[in-house]
Design a protein around this ligand. Structure first.
Ligand SMILES: [Fe+2]
Ligand SMILES: [Fe+2]
Length: 379
């Protein structure tokens, strides 16, 4: 009982509560710090908000909003709420137990479970441990909290799939240490996390902001925007053949969430750029091209490892084309010219994303949640 915390232990009466919220609760940094002290107890104007290095606005107050896009992404994420345990897995379990799947097909599924099961946690941990404290804006933080929860749901999904199929969870979750093609991708983004988690890291310098932008690009544009997409193609290819449809449906839910994560990340990066144009140097742009180029190579290696002899009509050459095609689209969205000029070998993915975005695809569950939240005493 010695460690039980009570309010008495805090020994803080209302009289002792400071009138001004201490600076350390506000997040790091200061907007163009002139040494001026700000009175955070006074109402602020929305236009005073900034995504990074803002000291003059109380980050504990959501309203007034400045970045409507952040709030919109938050509302869309909430409207899409789902749980992996709602998806029936019986057909997958039956198919997995038969010999109707080849070893090569099983390898595709296992590699993707291995990559995503820990990849989701890397994204969640990057948000909570690296990004969150440096974002000095309440509506962007509101979205990050929602996204972090969704990443927990995604990790839960892989635990649920592994349990359903009777796989060895230790083996699947440890693949990112043991399978070189997964380790390569994860190490690549983990390096960008450790840069921002360095105790001496700050976004107050141009160099710090550039490092922070590279982290955002590593996670939103590359991890969630490129590294996840080969896996989506592979697993949804089974789904298109009406096989492993439970996992396929889980991946469609994840793809729907990831589409919003990517869109938020792009808005975040572009707005930080607009607020701090001095950081967008030609050197930073070159570094981003290098990161994307390395990412494309890691992803092609991953595709080769997942399907060394081609499976489901898919092969390494198609994945090189596809990864280059989506890399160009991602570069364009952060204001950089595409470099590969590849065609999309999987045009059906575009249609899938459109279908996934439509609410009626998940109508029953969306309606269930929305009606649950809209109970009224009049009924
Ligand atoms: Fe995720
Ligand atoms: Fe995500």
């Amino acid at each position: 009982m010695a460690d039980t915390l009570t309010f008495e232990d805090e020994a803080e009466t209302p009289e002792q509560i400071p009138e001004q919220i201490p600076e350390q609760t506000m997040g790091a940094g200061c907007c163009g710090d002139t040494g001026e002290s700000y009175d955070l107890a006074k109402p602020f104007k929305a236009e005073d908000k900034r995504l990074l290095n803002c000291k003059q606005v109380d980050v504990n107050q959501l309203m007034p909003l400045k970045y409507d896009w952040a709030w919109e992404h938050y509302l869309n994420g909430c409207a899409n709420h789902w749980m992996p345990t709602e998806v029936p897995m019986q057909r997958d379990i039956e198919l997995w137990r038969t010999d109707a799947l080849t070893d090569a097909e099983r390898q595709v599924i296992l590699r993707n479970l291995g990559f995503f099961s820990t990849g989701e946690s890397l994204v969640g941990n990057n948000i909570v441990l690296a990004i969150f404290k440096h974002i000095t804006n309440s509506e962007a933080r509101q979205y990050l909290l929602r996204q972090a929860f969704e990443e927990a749901i995604h990790t839960h999904t892989f635990h649920y799939i592994i349990e359903s199929l009777g796989l060895d969870g230790r083996e699947v979750f440890n693949m990112y240490h043991e399978v070189a093609s997964i380790k390569g991708k994860d190490q690549f983004v983990m390096n960008l996390t450790s840069d921002v988690m360095d105790p001496n890291f700050s976004t107050e310098s141009i160099e710090g902001m550039q490092k922070f932008i590279k982290n955002l690009i590593g996670f939103y544009v590359i991890m969630e925007g490129i590294f996840f997409y080969s896996g989506f193609v592979m697993i949804l290819s089974f789904h298109r053949q009406n096989r492993m449809t439970g996992i396929g449906e889980q991946f469609q839910y994840i793809l729907r969430d990831e589409t919003i994560h990517l869109n938020f990340g792009i808005d975040l990066i572009n707005t930080i750029k607009a607020e701090n144009p001095e950081v967008w140097t030609s050197e930073l742009q070159r570094d981003i091209y290098d990161l994307v180029n390395d990412a494309v190579e890691y992803e092609v290696l991953y595709a080769r490892d997942c399907l060394p002899e081609g499976v489901l009509g898919l092969n390494e050459t198609m994945f090189r084309e596809y990864v280059q095609f989506i890399a160009d689209r991602r570069l364009e969205r952060i204001g950089l010219a595409g470099v590969y000029g590849s065609q999309n070998p999987f045009p059906w993915m575009g249609e899938t994303i459109d279908i996934v975005k439509e609410k009626n695809f998940f109508e029953t569950r969306v309606t269930d949640y929305q009606s649950g939240g809209a109970l009224s005493w009049d009924e």
